[in-house]
Design a protein around this ligand. Structure first.
Ligand code: PFF
Length: 452
C-alpha cells in the first residue's frame, strides 16, 4: 500500500457510522421507486415472496461476505480482490471482479441520477402546488410533461450529479454520516404516514392482497431473475459498494449483526413503500404495471387529498432525493477509490473524471425517455437496457463470484477469523455461501436461458 492509499483509508468513526452509511447505500430509489413498479409489472405476491427469499437466502450471506472481504483487503475493490487472491494463492485474474463492479456502479449511476433528478423536480412541483389537483389524469399529465422534456430532465440530472460529486469529494465521512442519521428516520416516519393514508383509501385490503397473496401463475423465469437481481440491487451487493464501505470498517465490529440490521431496515422500507402505494393504485383505478412512473403518478394523488399534503409532498420528495444521494455516493465510490489509488489522482480530480463520464451517459438515458424513445435494444430503451444489464446480470454475477471466492477460494480459517461468529453461526453462513448461493444463482440463470 502506498502512503496515499493509507491516508484515504480512514476508518468510520464507529460501528454506528458504518451502519448509517451502509444503510444509506442500501435504502434508496430501489426501495421506494423500483420495488413497487417491478412488483406491479411482475404480478405482485409471488414476485414479492421470491424477492424476500432471495434477500434472506442470498442477500444476507453475500452481504456478510462482501463486507468481510472489504475489511480484510482494505482498498478499492479491484485492489482488494488482488490482495485477497494473492493471500489465497489464487489466480490474480480475480481482480477483474473489481473491474466489473466498478463498471456496474458507473452504469447504474448514469440512470439512477436521472431518476433522482425526477424526484428533485417533484420537490418543486409539490412546492408550487402541482399536486393540488386530485385528478389522476392531471397528475399523469404532470409526469408525462417531465418525460417529454429533455431540457428539464437534463437540468435536474446535472444538478443531482454535481451535488453527488461534491459529497464524494469530501470523502466518506464528512457530511454523509450526519445526513443519514437525520434523514433516514424522517423518511421512515413519512412512509408510515403514507401507509396510514393508504388505510383510508378504501382499497387497502386489495393492495395488501396484491402484495402478499402469491399467485405463481403470474411469474416466469424472467420475473424470478428480476426478483433475484433486485435483491442484489436493493442491498447494494455484487459490485463492490458494500466492499469498499467494509474496507473502512474498524476491526472489532460484528459484521453479521450489522448485516442483519441493514437488510432488515432495507426490507421494511421497501414493504412500507409497497403498502403505501398499491392501495392508491387500486383506489384510483390506475394501471399496476405502469412502469417507472408508478410512484410519480400515485403518491401525488395522496398528497393532493390528505390534510397537510402540501408539506408532506415536499418533504417526501426531498427525503427521496436524500435517500438517492446516499446511495449514489456508494455507486461511484469504488471507481473514485480506484482512480485515487492507481491513477495518482486526488479525490477532487477523480470525482470530476468519473462524474463527467457518468453524466454524459445519463444524458443519453434522458433521451431514451423522449427523443430516442424509439431506439430499442433487445426490445428495451437505453434506460431499460442499462437496468437489465446491471441489476439482472452484472450484480448477480458479481454476487455469484463473491460467493464462490469466499466459499471455495479463500481459506475458511481467514473468513472465520474475520467474522468472529459463534461456531454454529459460522457453519450456517458457510453452507449458505459455499453450497447454496452459487448453485442457486446459477440455476436461475439456466432457467432464464431456457435450459429447464
Ligand atoms: N441499493 C440502492 C437502492 O436500492 O436504491 C441502489 C444501489 C446502490 C445499488 C449501490 C448498488 C449499489 F452498489
Amino acid at each position: 500500500m502506498t502512503d496515499k492509499t493509507q491516508s484515504i483509508h480512514k476508518e468510520w468513526s464507529s460501528r454506528f457510522a458504518f451502519i448509517l452509511a451502509a444503510t444509506g447505500s442500501a435504502v434508496g430509489l430501489g426501495n421506494i421507486w423500483k420495488f413497487p413498479y417491478i412488483t406491479g409489472e411482475n404480478g405482485g405476491g409471488a414476485f414479492v415472496l421470491v424477492y424476500l427469499l432471495c434477500v434472506a437466502g442470498l442477500g444476507v450471506p453475500i452481504m456478510i461476505a462482501e463486507i468481510m472481504m472489504g475489511r480484510r483487503g482494505r482498498q478499492s475493490p479491484v485492489n482488494t480482490m488482488q490482495t485477497l487472491a494473492r493471500e489465497a494463492g489464487a489466480d490474480p485474474r480475480w481482480h477483474y471482479l473489481g473491474w466489473m463492479g466498478m463498471a456496474a456502479g458507473f452504469l447504474i449511476l448514469a440512470y439512477y441520477s436521472v431518476i433522482a433528478g425526477w424526484s428533485m423536480a417533484y420537490i418543486f412541483k409539490a412546492f408550487f402546488g402541482g399536486f393540488f389537483s386530485s385528478d389522476a389524469a392531471d397528475i399523469k399529465a404532470l409526469f408525462d410533461d417531465l418525460m417529454a422534456s429533455p431540457v428539464q430532465q437534463i437540468f435536474w440530472h446535472t444538478l443531482f450529479m454535481v451535488i453527488t460529486m461534491q459529497v464524494v469529494m469530501r470523502g466518506v465521512r464528512g457530511g454523509l454520516e450526519k445526513a443519514v442519521r437525520f434523514f433516514m428516520p424522517a423518511l421512515f416516519f413519512l412512509l408510515l404516514i403514507l401507509v396510514g393514508y393508504a388505510m383510508t383509501s378504501g382499497s387497502y385490503q386489495q393492495g395488501l392482497d396484491f402484495l402478499f397473496t402469491p399467485d405463481f401463475s403470474k411469474i416466469d423465469a424472467d420475473a424470478v431473475l428480476t426478483a433475484m437481481g433486485h435483491a442484489f440491487f436493493t442491498l447494494s451487493l455484487g459490485m463492490g459498494a458494500i466492499m469498499v464501505y467494509g474496507s473502512y470498517l474498524p476491526g472489532h465490529v460484528s459484521i453479521a449483526k450489522t448485516t442483519f440490521f441493514i437488510a432488515g431496515a432495507d426490507t421494511v422500507v421497501a414493504l412500507l413503500a409497497g403498502i403505501a402505494i398499491f392501495p392508491l393504485v387500486f383506489a384510483n383505478h390506475l394501471e399496476v404495471a405502469s412502469g417507472p412512473g408508478l410512484i410519480f403518478q400515485t403518491l401525488p394523488l395522496a398528497f393532493g387529498h390528505m390534510g397537510g399534503g402540501w408539506l408532506f409532498g415536499v418533504l417526501f420528495f426531498l427525503l427521496l432525493f436524500v435517500a438517492a444521494l446516499t446511495s449514489s455516493i456508494s455507486l461511484i465510490e469504488p471507481g473514485v477509490a480506484w482512480l485515487v489509488e492507481n491513477r495518482d489522482m486526488d479525490r477532487a480530480k477523480a470525482c470530476v473524471w468519473a462524474g463527467s463520464a457518468c453524466w454524459l451517459l445519463g444524458v443519453a438515458v434522458v433521451f431514451s425517455f423522449n427523443i430516442w424513445a424509439e431506439y430499442k435494444f433487445f426490445g428495451k430503451n437505453l434506460f431499460g437496457l442499462l437496468d437489465y444489464l446491471t441489476a439482472n446480470l452484472m450484480l448477480p454475477i458479481g454476487g455469484l463470484c463473491i460467493a464462490v471466492f469466499t466459499g471455495w477460494i479463500m481459506k475458511s480459517a481467514h473468513a472465520e477469523q474475520e467474522l468472529e461468529l459463534p461456531a454454529e453461526g459460522f457453519k450456517v453462513w458457510y453452507v449458505l455461501i459455499r453450497n447454496f448461493a452459487p448453485p442457486a444463482v446459477f440455476l436461475v440463470f439456466l432457467h432464464v436461458i431456457g435450459v429447464f
